[in-house]
Design a protein. Sequence first.
Length: 161
Amino acid sequence: MTSAPFEAPSEPSRIRIHFSGLPCSTNRAWRTFGSRWVLSDAYERTKRDVAAAVLVQCRRLPGGLVLPWPFCRVTIHLFPPNWREIDVDNRSKTLFDALTDCDFWPDDKCVTEMTVQKCRPVRGGLTIVDFTRSPDRAEWLGFPPVTLDFLPPRKTPKKQG
């Protein structure tokens, strides 16, 4: 029995990182000391936790980044430490900033779709983030590129002279 040699895929179909705790809320990212604004310890801890998760759980590309695609979809699963209410949209911004700071991607502009799911409580809290390849720009929503042919032509003002 002969079989074709195994070939590893050139790029992963999904990247997953996880770390204990939740990302810092945007509302708690900055603190004041007198008249100065500084990053809070909670935000610094989020940056440190995300950087450690990326370093241990991901493979860097030759350019130094981790994300191998130009665009991606992100699914965030937040497992809070208790049943206390959390505002999920405030958690995603600090998570994305931390991913940018640790060179996971060039910028969070490459995210075409984001889903944030609040899950059941887990002791100590847990965050799981899944990244999957997103189609190129023209295919984001399954439509052809948008043209603005339906708009009336732009009128240019007459020069007075």
